[in-house]
Each structure stands twice: as structure tokens, then as C-alpha cells.
Design a binder for this molecule. Structure first.
Ligand code: ATP
Ligand code: MG
Length: 563
């Protein structure tokens, strides 16, 4: 490709609304342009990178035995009504009507469509297992689209769905997909970790997220420094602490804490430490109000609270509800003499001479003894933190940030049961199909690659994702010899790799800046002075290493750099 002919509008400055590095660099490198919030056009350079991600995914999915299909973007409402998700999915689902006033949605995911197809086409256990995938545009009306391709509203996803006669068959395919995903992200040249993830409504240890490690990641991961255990902080298990401290004999005492609401204020005022405070949060749930207790220095985990209470949903109670349940405004709640159900984190059980709210304006209690002064159901209710003990070994947690690029999930019979997707087993008995689903964010993977691979000057593409393998950069195209040498090398390399020839009549500084910005792995610079000696310069983008080689050897040297 000739730079002079390519739509490659690089920018000196990043747009003011760009928040993360990948978004800034994709804009500046002329890869993407915003059309509306979370909706982007991919320009030629951007599309090339995204296509490379797709190619790797497609090759590995095919190798793993999955079959590619293509399902529609526009989906009739009836299918979503059958699964029950038409009402459940909420505002992320973009709904529309056709000219006959029939309802449709833009597919945010395709369980319904694929389950409908399979229930019509698959009859017997002999046709199972089956794994169908597509690489296709999804629409989710995200509340906060941001970070460019990383959290768009319209985005490309690889989604796969597997169908099985037995749970064992699903287990085997889940392992197969786990390995395929591992190969995919390895081939993309990414540093990643597969972590146990929250499964939402379905529960169980049935889901893994593939996380690209990067500071800008929206997810926090607790990972053991010693063993392979890693989990999204939403679900990372926190071990029950061992020893109980000896109980204090002192009776509970009320202390005045005028205007002191936060843990920091109260612990400073009472000259104690946050870990001796019992933080009491009042939650509203579909089963009524509950109190959730954690140590003052810990953070409540609402996913765990939801699981322990068995509620469908939990949310922090409103001011008025807190007042009604505790008799005090927000900031003064405590478990002593509280009449709503109390759920407490294991860490609270150790507190024997602690502090908590008095359920009274401007008052707290001291000498509170968890085992003596209130009753609570104890469970793991808090977020994991750095230094917590690993639930699997004697190691401790480190907290890292990650970008979720893939998700594999054992669905079980949630959709097949709701939609009547059955098969006849060996005895001719009708049984419900067991399912798995497996997603990868294609654009998000390309963006994550940039988050992990860049410097101040621009992108440093991992070779497998690079829009071009090599760039040929004649410094002065007005010089006849330079131009000829560049054209000849371009032709020679082009038969073996993707090459970008910067044939623009631009200042050298501009050309070098653009080259660093778009981050092609190898650059051959052809300058008049070196050329007189029959030499050209080869620069590797990642290492920055520069070497002079004979023009005749240039093609061989480029390949050496790429291998
Ligand atoms: P998230 O927690 O980031 O919203 P999700 O759990 O909604 O993700 P899935 O439904 O599992 O995501 O979708 C599969 C994959 O699609 C994700 O792993 C992610 O890589 C990608 N993806 C999801 N939402 C978006 C989005 N808004 N923009 C780009 N990619 C997305
Ligand atoms: Mg989401």
C-alpha cells in the first residue's frame, strides 16, 4: 500500500474526549473515527488490525472444531420473549419497530437466535455435540460508552454457542474452548490471565474471563502470587480468618460523636483504628431490608451479599429507609438491637472490643463484642484485597487490573429449557440440550493490545496484529535514486508480506513521527547519504534497534527482524 493513496489521517494531538491510551492512539493513528457515542467507523489502518484479530480467532475456532455461521443483527421480539429476556434485559437492549409495527431488537448477544435454530434442526444425540460461532456486529446501548472500541455501543464480537447431550460433553468442550482462547490470546501477543468470574444469575464455578493485564482495565483481579488461582475481585474467595481474639469483658457504652459519619471521621475522633469499627450498611433487596456488616477497613461486595441473602437484587437503601430501619440518619447505623436481618463478613466475628453506630443521631457504641452483643449470619462478604490469603494455597493475593477480552461460560439448560430445545437420546427419550457460550470482543482485543504495547511516540504492534509488517520509508522522494530503490524494495517485499511505502513528499521529521505513531514492527529508511554507500537503515519499532545493511540484503534483513 502506498501511503500517498491511503486514507491515513494521523493527528498531532489526541482529541480532548479520549480517556485511555489505546483510544488516543487509535484516533491519532487514523484508525478510528467517532460517529456517535460508542459508535465508530474503522478506517483502513484500523480495519487491518481488527481483521488480524479476526483471522487468528477464526483459525483457532476452526481448529478447535467449531463451525462458522452468520446470524442476523435484527432479531424478532418473540424469541426474546420466549427466553424471558425481553423484559429482563433492560435498557442495554435497543428495541425497534418495522413498518408493520412488529417489534425487534438489535442483537446484543445471540443465545435466542442460535437456540431457535438448533431446536429446529437438531433431532438426535447423534448430531451432538455442536459448536457454532460467528464474528459479527453487536449492539448494546451501554450507559457509559467510553474508551473507544473498548466499550462501544456497536462492536464486533466473536460469539460461539455449544450444544451437548450431557454435562460431561459440555465440560469437555469448555476445556477445549479454554485451550482455544489461550492459543488465541497467545497468538495475539498479549499478556493475559484466565480468571474465575462471577456468573451472575446462574451461579457455580462455571465461568472464566480472559483478562489482558493493563493499568487502564475496568476490572480488578485478585491473583495468588504463589499458585495459579486468579479471580475477578467480584468473586475472589476470601478465607475465613483463623483465631478469635479473646473477648473484652467491658459492657457496651454509648459515646457522643457529633456530626461524625464516616469511618475515617469516627475512628479519628474516638482514637481507634478502622479495623476495630463495624461498618453497617443498610441494603434494600427484593426480600426486604437487611444490614450488611464489614470491618471498617474492608469493602462490602454486593455480588457476595446477593448470593448470601438469596436475593434477586440488592441496592443501598435510601435515606428514608435507613431512618426507618435504624431510627437514625445515614452514618449512625449499628448491629446492636437492630431488628432487620444481619449479614456479617467473617472479619467482623473477630471484633471483640469494637466500635459501631448506636442507631441514634450523633452517637456510636464502644466495647462492642460481636459474639455477645448481636446475632448475625456470617459469610464471606467483602472484596478481596492485596495481602489476603489465597483460598487454594499458602500464598497471598496481589491485585492487578485487567481488560476483559473474552468470557467462557457454562450455560447449562437456561435457554434450551425456556425455548424447548430438545433431542432424542439413545433410548429415544426426549431430553433438554445442555449449552455453553463463549465470547471474545474483537475491537476490545485490538485496543487492549495497544494498552499493553505502546510508548510515548505511539503504538508498538505485536507482529501478528500489525496492520503492516514492514514500512519502507524513502526520506526524500524527490531524489530519483532514493525513489527507485524504495520502489524496488517495496515490490520485492510485497510478494511476501504486507508493506506500507511512505511515498509522500513530506519532511523527514513528519514521516518519522507518523511511522513511530502507527507502530509498524520494522521500518526500512532509505536516505541519500547511506544509499550512496549502497546501504539502507533497518529499525525495529519495539527495541528501537537500528542497523545499516546492504540494500541488496534489505529484504532478507527485514525478514530476519520479523522472525
Ligand atoms: P463487560 O463486563 O465488560 O460489560 P460483558 O460481561 O457484558 O462485559 P459478555 O456479554 O461476556 O461481556 O461479552 C463477551 C465479550 O464481548 C466480552 O468479553 C468483551 O470482550 C466484549 N464486549 C462486551 N461488551 C462490549 C462493549 N460494550 N464494547 C466492546 N466489547 C464488548
Ligand atoms: Mg456488559
Amino acid at each position: 500500500m502506498r501511503y500517498s493513496k491511503m486514507l491515513l489521517p494521523t493527528l498531532k494531538e489526541s482529541p480532548s474526549d479520549a480517556e485511555v491510551v489505546s483510544q488516543k492512539l487509535m484516533m491519532r493513528a487514523g484508525m478510528i473515527r467517532k460517529v456517535a457515542a460508542g459508535i465508530y467507523t474503522l478506517l483502513p489502518l484500523g480495519l487491518r488490525a481488527v481483521r488480524n484479530v479476526e483471522r487468528i480467532i477464526r483459525e483457532e475456532m476452526n481448529r478447535a472444531g467449531a463451525q462458522e455461521v452468520s446470524m442476523p443483527v435484527v432479531i424478532p421480539a418473540e424469541l426474546w420473549q420466549e427466553s424471558g429476556r425481553w423484559d429482563e434485559y433492560g435498557k442495554e437492549l435497543l428495541r425497534l419497530r418495522d413498518r408493520h409495527d412488529r417489534e425487534f431488537c438489535l442483537g446484543p448477544t445471540h443465545e435466542e437466535v442460535v437456540t431457535d435454530m438448533v431446536r429446529r434442526e437438531v433431532r438426535s444425540y447423534r448430531e451432538l455435540p455442536l459448536n457454532l460461532y460467528q464474528i459479527q456486529t453487536k449492539f448494546r446501548d451501554e450507559i457509559r460508552p467510553r474508551f473507544g472500541l473498548m466499550r462501544g455501543r456497536e462492536f464486533v464480537m466473536k460469539d460461539a454457542y455449544s450444544f451437548h447431550a450431557t454435562a460431561e460433553s459440555l465440560d469437555a468442550e469448555y476445556e477445549n474452548m479454554y485451550r482455544a482462547y489461550t492459543r488465541i490470546f497467545e497468538r495475539c501477543g498479549l499478556a493475559f490471565r484466565a480468571v474465575e468470574a462471577e456468573t451472575g444469575a446462574i451461579g457455580g464455578r462455571f465461568s472464566h474471563e480472559f483478562m489482558v493485564l493493563a493499568e487502564s482495565g475496568e476490572d480488578a483481579i485478585a491473583s495468588c502470587a504463589k499458585c495459579a488461582y486468579a479471580a475477578n475481585i467480584e468473586r475472589a474467595e476470601v478465607r475465613e480468618p483463623e483465631a478469635l481474639k479473646p473477648a473484652s469483658g467491658q459492657a457496651v457504652e454509648r459515646v457522643s460523636t457529633p456530626g461524625m459519619k464516616t469511618i475515617e471521621e469516627v475512628s479519628a475522633f474516638l482514637k481507634t483504628r478502622p479495623e476495630l469499627m463495624i461498618k453497617t450498611l443498610i441494603y434494600e433487596t427484593d426480600k426486604g431490608l437487611v444490614a450488611a456488616l464489614v470491618r471498617g477497613d474492608h469493602q462490602i461486595n454486593e455480588f457476595k451479599l446477593k448470593k448470601v441473602t438469596g436475593a434477586q437484587w440488592v441496592k443501598l437503601a435510601e435515606e428514608a429507609q435507613v431512618q426507618k430501619a435504624t431510627g437514625a440518619p445515614v452514618g449512625f447505623a449499628g448491629p446492636v438491637k437492630l431488628s432487620i436481618p444481619i449479614y456479617a463478613d467473617f472479619g467482623v466475628r473477630n471484633i471483640s472490643d469494637g466500635f459501631t453506630g448506636a442507631n441514634e443521631l450523633d452517637a456510636h457504641l464502644k466495647h462492642v463484642n460481636a459474639s455477645r452483643d448481636f446475632h448475625a449470619a456470617y459469610a464471606d462478604l467483602r472484596n478481596a484485597e492485596a495481602g489476603d490469603r489465597c483460598p487454594r494455597c499458602e500464598g497471598t493475593f496481589e491485585i492487578k487490573r485487567g481488560i476483559e477480552v473474552g468470557h467462557i461460560f457454562k450455560l447449562g439448560t437456561k435457554y434450551s429449557e425456556a425455548m424447548g430445545a430438545t433431542f432424542l437420546d439413545e433410548e429415544g427419550k426426549e431430553r433438554v440440550i445442555t449449552m455453553g457460550c463463549y465470547g471474545i470482543g474483537v475491537g476490545r482485543t485490538a485496543a487492549a493490545a495497544i494498552e499493553q504495547n505502546h510508548d510515548e511516540a505511539g503504538i508498538i504492534w505485536p507482529r501478528p496484529l500489525a496492520p503492516f509488517d514492514c514500512m519502507v520509508l524513502p526520506v526524500n522522494v524527490k531524489d530519483e535514486e532514493t525513489r527507485k530503490a524504495a520502489e524496488a524494495l517495496y515490490d520485492e517485499l510485497r510478494s511476501e508480506m504486507e508493506v506500507l511505502l511512505d511515498d509522500r513528499d513530506e519532511r523527514a521529521g513528519v514521516k518519522f513521527k507518523d511511522a513511530d505513531l502507527i507502530g509498524i514492527p520494522v521500518r526500512v529508511t532509505i536516505g541519500e547519504r547511506n544509499l550512496k554507500q549502497g546501504k539502507v537503515e533497518i529499525k525495529e519499532r519495539r527495541s528501537g534497534d537500528v542497523r545499516l545493511v546492504d540494500l541488496k540484503e534489505a529484504a532478507v534483513e527485514v525478514k530476519k527482524s520479523l522472525s
